[in-house]
Design a protein around this ligand. Sequence first.
Ligand code: ATP
Length: 310
Amino acid sequence: MNVVETRDLTKVYGDVRALDGVALEVPEGSVFGFLGPNGAGKTTMLRVLLGLARQTSGSATIFGHDTVRDGEHIRSRVGFLPDVPGFYPWMTGAEFLHFAGSLFGIPEATIAQRVDGLLDMAGLAGNPHPVGGYSRGMKQRLGIAQALVNAPDLLVLDEPTSALDPLGRAEVLSMISSLRGRTTVLFSSHLLGDVERICDRVAVLDRGHLVVQGSVEDLRRAHGGATTFRLAVTDGVDRLAAAVAAEPWCVRCTPAVRDDGALDVVVGDLAGARMRVPVLVAGLGLGLRRFDEVEASLEDVFVDLVGGRR
Ligand code: ATP
């Protein structure tokens, strides 16, 4: 069953088609990554789903209820964390969650029961300090806890990791991941590595168009395309890159050289590449340090799908 379903969803701002005929399907229980470059329409999509903006045409349902006609049936079952969440800096985390729960009209005894578990999940249990002194990562985790205070069946997060350092991101991702199977999570991001780490399914939006959606594995298989080899040599990788780029089996050898000095080469003819690479390396008088087949990353898929349209 799909928790979120949109049909031909379109949102126009003046000359800009922020969403253009989008048909999104978010299955129940999934951790769903909604990907796209800046300006793709991700925030617009989430705002329309949440009833914070009205579509120009098309329709959207959440739990089978139309988001425009039946908004009141949906709101109590959805939690939302905007991209720039607001906090009262003088409150402690516990006070903030109590306050957020009271806004939903949840009975005080129920809130009290939930707050401890949520603070625990956010790694903030027992923290007596006001939110004003929290790190960005702590604030973001408290934000997610706040979005869960009404025990939602769907949690929507707008770019929950983009302002965080690697450790903060890892903690937020692990918190989101811990919700798997308990609630459906839909989150937007332009950080492909984050999505790849925790999502079962993804959709890619580009300039208002839904370019693709499916499981991360399916996308890798269908759009990762040809095999990628990672090559490393003792010295003179630039010369090897030039020689490889001139070979008929080389589909792409960009970015030419990775930070670690290795070269990623997308090849169309696997057998040809296997035979020719050692010959090229030897011909240039280089030593071969690494010659591995690597799996296409979500980033490769993304560049294939979105990069070519720039
Ligand atoms: P980002 O990652 O930069 O936030 P996004 O994928 O969330 O990007 P949106 O913020 O949804 O993208 O914007 C999609 C397009 O719609 C952009 O061209 C943007 O300028 C335009 N847009 C969004 N909101 C409005 C608005 N209220 N009025 C006019 N144009 C808007």
